[in-house]
Design a protein around this ligand. Structure first.
Ligand code: T46
Length: 136
């Protein structure tokens, strides 16, 4: 599963007035967007994530600042640093994520394929590992 997660380069239009980046669902991301949320004012040494999704697809972007995301599919782990608004990390279902090392002033934008649904979460790592093993 982790091999299906990838960084997606987003277009940037630059001129003397500054930069503009856009995201078109059929052109830049492999799912239809049902929900947008953002994470901000994360305290120093703050950690977020600590869960996986059963069916949700997401694109995660550091609109400002930076942070690390550790991806874990129960078999392989990979740490990715997000630090530019021109790059989004696509995360497919059944990937555990931990987010940390947030810089001050970080704003993290997330585009999601479905509405919020707590029953779509694995928040217990052992439960996630059991589910991943059953998929094999
Ligand atoms: C993810 C990472 C990147 C809602 O009511 N609606 C929402 O759309 C979301 C995302 C959350 N919530 C509630 C659920 C919790 O009571 O907001 C609270 C905090 O959510 P959570 O602890 O899941 O936040 P993070 O930052 O650990 O995780 C979130 C997303 O939940 C998750 O899908 O991948 O951001």
């Amino acid at each position: 599963m982790i091999n299906n997660c990838r960084l997606i380069q987003l277009p940037q239009k630059s001129d003397p007035r500054g930069n503009l980046t856009f995201i078109e669902q059929s052109n830049h991301i492999p799912f239809d967007i049902s929900r947008v949320y953002y994470i901000y004012d994360v305290p120093e040494n703050g950690e977020r994530g600590g869960h996986a999704h059963k069916g949700l697809h997401q694109l995660i972007i550091a609109l400002s600042g930076s942070f690390d995301i550790e991806l874990d599919d129960g078999n392989k782990k990979r740490v990715i640093t997000l630090n530019t608004p021109t790059e989004g990390l696509y995360i497919c279902p059944m990937v555990w994520r931990e987010m940390n090392n947030f810089s001050g002033g970080t704003v993290c934008l997330v585009l999601a394929s479905n509405l919020y649904d707590e029953s779509d979460y694995y928040r217990d790592y052992q439960e996630f590992l059991t589910a991943v093993t059953e998929l094999k």
